[in-house]
Design a protein around this ligand. Structure first.
Ligand SMILES: Nc1ncnc2c1ncn2[C@@H]1O[C@H](COP(=O)(O)OP(=O)(O)OP(=O)(O)O)[C@@H](O)[C@H]1O
Length: 312
C-alpha cells in the first residue's frame, strides 16, 4: 500500500471558529510531509485529529488501511506521536522512560531492550540513559520525547513542532534522526514554524492558512509558481526622497516597500527591469550604497500566499 494517510474533507470547529475547513491530502509510504502555517492556521488541530486525540466534525481519514472513525484502536498501535508539549517523566531515568512507553505496545523481553537501545541511540542519548531527564537541557528532553514516541517502531510518526525553542545542536540532531527514520521506511508528518527545516527534510509540503490548505506540493513545485519573481533590496543614503509609487513607470513591478534606509522592490525577472529601477532611484538624487537580489524561496512563497511571515 502506498497511501499511508488519506484525508478527505476534514472539518473541525471550536464553537463558531472553523479551525479546519474541508482539507484533503495524501501521504505516501516513506514520505516526510512538512506541515507549515502561521499561528492559528489549524496545524495542531489537524495533527491531533490524525493522532486520534481529537475527533473530527466531518470528513474521512484512512491511516494504514484503517478508517480512523471505526478503527482508532488499531491505528494507535501503528503510530508514534511526538506532542508539542513534553510527555516524559522527569524523575525516572531516560532508559526507563523509553522502556515504559515501548512496553505499552507489542514488545517485551529482549526485543523490548533492543528497541529501547535503538531509540536512545537514534536521538544520541544512549550514553545518558541512566540519567534523569530533570538533569537534561531542553533539547535533550525533546530528543528523549522523540525516543519515547518511536521506540515501538511505528509505521507512521506524527510530530507537532518538535524543535520549538531548542539549541541548534539538538535541532540538527532531531533533523538527522528524522532522515534516519525515513531511511528505515517510516512515514512522517511534521509540523513546524521553521521554513529551513521543511526545506531540509520534507518530500512534500502543505501550507495551511485559516483552516485551509493553500498550497500542496514538493518544494520545487511550490517555488515554480513564483519562479519569475525577484526581490531587489537597495540601501540608499536619502530615504526621505523615495516613496511607494516611484516605480510606476517601470514595467513588471509587483511590490515596493520603503523603510529605514532600504527600498525593497519585488519585480518580474522576465521584464528585465533592473536598469529602470536603478535609474528611478538615481533620478530622485539618491546614492545606492549597496544592493541585493533574492530569488523566490519558500519564504517568498509563504509570504505571497498567506500575506504573513511564518513567525508573525
Ligand atoms: N481548544 C480550543 N478552543 C477554542 N479554539 C481553539 C482551540 N484550539 C484551537 N483553537 C483555535 O483554532 C484555530 C486553529 O488552531 P491550531 O492550534 O490548530 O493552529 P496551529 O496552526 O497549530 O497554530 P500554532 O502554530 O499557534 O500552534 C485557532 O484560531 C485557535 O485559536
Amino acid at each position: 500500500m502506498s497511501n499511508v494517510v488519506t484525508v478527505k474533507n476534514l472539518e473541525k470547529s471550536y464553537a463558531s471558529k472553523k479551525a479546519v475547513n474541508g482539507i484533503n491530502f495524501v501521504v505516501n509510504k516513506g514520505e516526510v510531509l512538512g506541515l507549515l502555517g502561521p499561528n492559528g492556521a489549524g496545524k495542531s488541530t489537524t495533527i491531533n485529529i490524525l493522532s486520534t486525540i481529537l475527533s473530527a466534525d466531518g470528513g474521512e481519514i484512512n491511516i494504514l488501511g484503517h478508517d480512523l472513525q471505526k478503527n482508532a484502536r488499531l491505528i494507535k498501535q501503528e503510530i508514534g506521536i511526538v506532542p508539542q508539549d513534553l510527555a516524559i517523566y522527569e524523575e525516572i531515568s531516560a532508559e526507563k522512560n523509553v522502556r515504559f512507553f515501548a512496553s505499552l505496545y507489542k514488545f517485551s523481553g529482549k526485543q523490548l531492550e533492543a528497541c529501547v537501545k535503538e531509540a536512545l541511540e537514534l536521538v544520541g542519548l544512549y550514553e545518558r540513559k541512566d540519567d534523569k531527564p530533570k538533569t537534561f537541557s531542553g533539547g535533550m528532553k525533546r530528543r528523549l520525547n522523540i525516543a519515547c514516541a518511536i521506540a515501538h517502531q511505528p509505521k507512521l510518526i506524527i510530530m507537532d513542532e518538535p524543535t520549538v525553542g531548542i539549541d541548534p545542536q539538538s535541532r540538527n540532531h532531531i533533523l538527522e534522526s528524522i532522515k534516519i527514520l525515513k531511511k528505515k521506511g517510516a512515514t512522517i508528518i511534521y509540523s513546524t514554524h521553521y521554513m529551513e527545516e521543511v526545506e531540509a527534510i520534507s518530500d512534500k509540503i502543505i501550507i495551511m492558512n485559516d483552516g485551509k490548505i493553500i498550497a500542496n506540493g514538493t518544494k520545487e513545485e511550490l517555488k515554480e509558481k513564483f519562479d519569475d519573481e525577484v526581490e531587489y533590496s537597495f540601501h540608499v543614503d536619502k530615504i526621505n526622497k523615495l516613496d511607494d509609487s516611484m516605480f510606476n513607470k517601470v514595467d513588471g513591478i509587483k511590490k515596493v516597500k520603503v523603510f529605514d534606509n532600504v527600498v525593497e522592490v519585488t519585480a518580474e525577472k522576465s521584464k528585465d527591469n533592473l536598469n529602470g529601477i536603478i535609474s528611478e532611484i538615481i533620478a530622485k538624487g539618491c546614492m545606492i550604497q549597496n544592493m541585493n537580489a533574492k530569488e523566490a524561496s519558500l519564504e517568498t512563497v509563504f509570504l505571497e500566499l498567506t500575506g504573513r511571515n511564518l513567525r508573525d
